[in-house]
Ligand binder design. Structure first.
Ligand code: AQP
Length: 349
């Protein structure tokens, strides 16, 4: 841990995934794989963020299916729901309560700089929901409700983590005297650190190496879904965009070749090695050879996860039990924090 302010708090990991369908390789390598590793060293809270999902309209039946699907992916990847907390956000009402307080802490100028809102709202900004605009404030509440010190996320969430730190800092500044008076000091909230490391912090679309692999991309060929079977996966990698040159032998040779860089990064992440090591083996190879090896590797690594997700999908009662028990344990942490926040801001209760 490098941050002094985080260091005064007990280490705790928090992260979330939206149940918006099409869970893909980017979500897996950028986030879920790290969740699994961190449970060996930290107490972890992993949340299926259903309140974030409805910032864009979701069909209710599909939303319920997706909440169970993300939970199944967590479990299939190896998160242990007995030792760690796995739950869906809307079951713990303190997320919404703290988000409101943070809406009153965050400044419009801060929110206006959020690039993800600009991307997701697109040209029709006037028609975007207020929830989509306030999304980063709810995300700050998700993290700080558990006084989390570490947040494993993909590169696209970096700016939201910076905003979370700004909100934590401003809350502590605005209420400094009150926090000290109530004996909650010297600081009320940690400044959580993002964990964004490894060769797959930003997995790109298979159709366009300059665009993020995304659940909402209309082309299913742009992403590898965790639920894809071998044939689908092989077909998507065969059709993945590349350039006419063979693979370079050095990492520097990937610059200006986004599609090649993406496939090498995916291979490295799945194999648990570096891009340099991958090029050491495949430098000079044609893409057809490399894609065949990548397909075998992806099937070897993702096949068991997809199979376990399918098995769990057949047992929704088990998944629902995991979420209910996780929410109960999440509330034990969240409730006293929210009660203290109410005392700090001066609500009578
Ligand atoms: N392409 C990606 N590469 C690496 N990490 C990624 N993440 C998302 N896409 C990539 C990380 O996955 C976690 C959960 O993401 P989310 O469910 O909150 O959704 P998102 O970030 O909005 O990304 P999606 O999946 O692409 O959804 P849409 O299409 O709705 O934008 C996060 O840690 C995220 O960084």
């Amino acid at each position: 841990m490098t941050d002094d302010i985080a260091a005064t708090f007990e280490p705790r990991v928090f992260s979330g995934v939206q149940p918006t369908g099409n869970l893909h390789l980017g979500n897996y390598l950028g986030a879920i794989v790290k969740f699994v590793a961190l449970q060996e060293t930290h107490p972890c809270v992993y949340c299926v963020v259903d309140m974030h999902a409805i910032t864009v309209f979701q069909d209710p039946a599909e939303l319920q299916k997706s909440i169970r699907e993300v939970t199944a992916a967590f479990l299939a990847a190896g998160i242990d729901p007995k030792t760690q907390i796995v739950f869906n956000q809307s079951r713990v009402h303190q997320h919404a309560e703290l988000a409101w307080v943070f809406n009153c802490i965050a400044r419009l100028g801060w929110m206006n700089r959020m690039t993800q809102f600009k991307e997701k709202a697109g040209k029709d900004r006037e028609n975007a929901s207020l929830g989509l605009y306030a999304y980063p404030s709810l995300m700050a509440a998700d993290i700080l409700l558990y006084k989390a010190t570490h947040v494993p996320v993909g590169e696209d969430q970096k700016q939201h983590l910076e905003l979370t730190r700004d909100i934590a800092q401003k809350f502590d500044n605005d209420y400094r005297d009150r926090i000290a008076e109530l004996g909650f000091g010297p600081r009320f909230f940690p400044l959580p650190e993002p964990i964004i490391q490894g060769p797959a912090t930003r997995v790109m679309s298979l159709r366009d190496g300059t665009k993020k692999m995304s659940k909402s991309d209309p082309s299913d060929l742009s992403r590898i879904n965790l639920a894809d079977d071998r044939d689908t996966l092989a077909q998507k990698l065969r059709k993945a965009k590349t350039d006419p040159e063979p693979l370079p032998s050095e990492v520097e040779g990937l610059s200006g070749r986004p599609e090649a860089e993406n496939l090498v990064g995916i291979y490295a992440a799945l194999a648990g090695t570096s891009a340099a090591a991958v090029l050491g083996e495949y430098g000079g190879s044609q893409f057809s050879t490399f894609k065949a090896s990548l397909t075998d590797l992806a099937v070897e690594k993702l096949g068991p996860v997809g199979a376990e997700m399918k098995r769990l999908a057949a047992d929704p009662a088990y998944i629902d039990g995991v979420l209910a028990s996780g929410a109960e344990r999440a509330r034990v942490i969240a409730e006293p924090v929210m009660t203290a926040v109410k005392d700090v801001v001066g609500f009578l209760r």
